[in-house]
Design a protein around this ligand. Structure first.
Ligand SMILES: [Fe+2]
Length: 508
């Protein structure tokens, strides 16, 4: 589902970190505001003037200078590790370019990176990166310290934690759209895998949007002042604080014709450390949510393995197996088809659940499912005879949305057990309800709602091969998230949506 609507009535909290000293009344009140914002949004706008106007200007100038370099030069910094080095020229996201400088607090590392781009050196570039990192780190440390203090974590733990992270500094560029009226998705909805991200942008207003806690609205994260930074909680902070703060689900929109440059500091755990919530964060009310895990393995799993979180990465990986040289039209068609059809799926499931009075379960339910796209071909028999292609069955999933070519064959059983032919039509989809939705509706209605429904909520169907022509169908299958609580799946779930619960927990 890609809902591009933004809800203008909601705004992110704005918290003022200027002139703050630990131990003062103001510190305490800002600390509780920061914790509340992280609990409610996983995100807020922070005002901080220790990053000077000159440093901001220098960093955006450095950024423009870097992205103006020839492609071959920028590609010298390409890295195997995601978000390190240069990223760009991605056919599914051609309007985006970015670079990530690892350990940007370390002048040697920054100089090494600079020399890859400018072998003769570029002092103004490396100084801008180092100063930006140094000054923004101060805000990053302050916020992490405050949020951890607010949960009663001890000074020694906080100090150790702050020492256990490093800085990834990223510069990002999104080209504007051609038409001022247009609004396009620049980066799909996601949560960050780091501890905290602190981001500022050039004088372009729009860009990042953050999902509200109830998952219903997108809130614009527009900076209100020159000293504004957007502070975004990542999945590592979520895990360290045992789920007590949110990892904000956010996306980037492209609006207006101006190019949007942004610069951000991402605090990352040292790769050799295990990530887990300290005992202080665990009690009877808040049992441990996540097993200790290795950050490097988690990062690899979510950026390379089967846990790759973004649809385009998954589709690209699948396409590569069939066409190692790439097949852009296949991959973009599959992606846009799935995205558009998932909008229909969401609408249908929302309507069905609303009609049974289950409104308060809708969002959790929608977050607990995933999609499988299947392309199927039934070979037609050589003669005119009709053969059974697929026995009568119900689908095990939640919903199936099927599109078929002009060849007949699909039949569906009615309430009174008659079989009806489903006529193919150019502009319609067949929607079939699977066993999982049947069980889910029955359960919620009967036990949680104290109402008993005699539902016929699943579709019995079969397929015949009726002519000499092959029958093609493309199916979007919606299924519950896998409930096996092994580490990797939990981590994928953190990334996809920090608050999503599994299907069985939901139906418990
Ligand atoms: Fe992000």
């Amino acid at each position: 589902m890609t809902n591009l609507e933004t809800y203008l009535a909601l705004q992110l909290p704005v918290i003022d970190f200027r002139d703050l000293k630990p131990g003062t009344v103001k510190w305490d009140s800002v600390r509780s505001d920061a914790r509340k914002a992280m609990e409610d949004y996983g995100c807020f706008e922070g005002l901080f003037d220790k990053v000077t106007a000159e440093v901001r200007k220098a960093v955006f100038e450095a950024s423009e200078e870097l992205f103006r370099l020839p492609l071959e030069t920028k590609q010298r910094t390409v890295s195997d590790v995601k978000y390190r080095g240069y990223v760009g020229q991605n056919p599914t996201n051609p309007m985006y370019e970015g670079v990530g400088i690892d350990m940007a607090e370390n002048s040697e590392k920054v100089n090494e990176f600079t020399q890859l781009l400018w072998p003769q050196g570029n002092i103004s570039f490396s100084e801008a990166v180092l100063l930006f990192t140094k000054q923004v780190s101060e805000l990053d440390f302050k916020i992490r310290r405050m949020v951890m203090e607010s949960f009663g974590l001890e000074e020694t733990y906080i100090e150790e934690h702050l020492k256990s992270t490093k800085c990834l500094m990223r510069m990002m560029k999104y080209r504007g759209v051609d038409d001022t009226e247009k609004k396009e998705l620049g980066m799909e909805a996601h949560t960050d895998r780091n501890v905290l991200a602190i981001i500022c942008q050039n004088n372009v207003k729009d860009g990042i949007e953050v999902k509200s806690k109830d998952g219903k609205h997108w809130i614009k994260a527009n900076p209100s002042q020159d000293s504004s930074f957007l502070v975004i909680g990542g999945s590592i902070l979520h895990v360290l604080l045992n789920g007590r703060v949110r990892a904000a689900v956010h996306r980037v929109m492209r609006m207006g014709t101006k190019t949007r440059y942004s610069a951000g500091l991402f605090s990352m755990p040292n790769t050799e450390d295990l990530i887990y919530a300290p005992e202080k964060m665990v009690d009877a009310e808040y049992p441990r949510l996540f097993k200790p895990f290795d950050f490097e393995a988690y990062y690899k799993f979510t950026s390379e393995g089967s846990g790759r979180r973004d649809l385009s990465a998954k589709v690209d990986a699948f396409t590569e197996k069939l066409w190692p040289q790439g097949n852009n039209s296949f991959s973009t068609t599959i992606q846009s088809y799935s995205k558009k059809l998932s909008e229909l799926d969401i609408t249908i499931r929302r309507m069905i659940m609303e009609s049974f009075g289950l409104v308060k379960y809708i969002d959790e339910h929608l977050h607990s499912t995933n999609y499988l796209l299947r392309v199927m071909k039934y070979k037609g028999p050589d003669t005119e005879e009709t053969k059974l292609g697929l026995n009568a069955h119900t689908d095990k999933n939640i919903v199936t949305i099927l599109y078929q070519n002009h060849v007949e064959g699909l039949e569906v059983q009615t309430k009174d057990n008659n079989w009806i032919k489903v006529k193919p039509s150019q502009d319609s989809f067949i929607v079939m309800i699977g066993d999982s939705l049947h069980v889910c509706l029955w359960f919620l209605s009967t036990f949680l709602h104290n109402r008993v429904f005699a539902l016929r909520t699943r579709t019995n169907s079969m397929v015949f091969n009726v002519t000499g022509t092959a029958k093609w169908s493309i199916v979007l299958s919606v299924s519950p998230c896998d409930d096996d609580r092994n580490r990797d799946e939990i981590l994928t779930r953190i990334v996809l949506n920090s608050e999503s619960r599994t299907y069985r927990e939901f139906a418990k």
